[in-house]
Design a protein around this ligand. Structure first.
Ligand SMILES: [Zn+2]
Ligand SMILES: [Zn+2]
Length: 149
């Protein structure tokens, strides 16, 4: 299946299952590994893992497309488009999309906590991006000693 055929398939599923048109790009992305597909928040494009079609066939491909279209339409409508949102769960069951998990770039929290500390006196936990010197810094609440976790 070519990108062009995929594009037409996505447009068709969008109209049939959602009653709405798909006005962006859909393409295969060979670099996707564990995910069947993904919806890109910035470009509104949909990428599909070609292995999905190879290994699981067209039925699974349609499922993935429906799933990504749930993200797509809800996002454009300003509704809850994330897996945990009720809008999303509702739309998924309505169109019969599988609950495949995929990555949505742009949603992930990039500021990862790298260092965790805990006050030995009151137990308060601190998450810091940078390392702190526990000999110099004490708990902001009780002045207790901090310990790296
Ligand atoms: Zn998803
Ligand atoms: Zn403390």
């Amino acid at each position: 299946m070519s990108d062009e055929q995929l594009q037409r398939l996505v447009e068709q599923i969008s109209l049939e299952s959602f009653g709405l048109s798909f006005n962006h790009q859909a393409c295969f992305n060979k670099r996707l590994r564990t995910t069947g597909g993904r919806y890109l928040l910035r470009s509104h494009n949909i990428e599909i893992n070609p292995k999905q079609l190879q290994y699981y066939g067209e039925k699974a491909l349609v499922g993935i497309i429906k799933h990504e279209l749930c993200h797509y339409h809800l996002h454009l409508q300003g509704k809850g488009y994330q897996h945990r949102d009720d809008d999303f769960k509702w739309l998924m069951s309505k169109v019969g999309a599988p609950r495949f998990c995929d990555v949505i770039p742009g949603v992930q929290n990039v500021t990862k906590t790298l260092h965790r500390y805990q006050c030995l006196a009151c137990g308060l936990q601190y998450n810091r991006k940078r390392k702190i010197d526990v000999r110099k810094y004490v708990c902001g609440k009780c002045k207790g000693k901090l310990e790296k976790k």
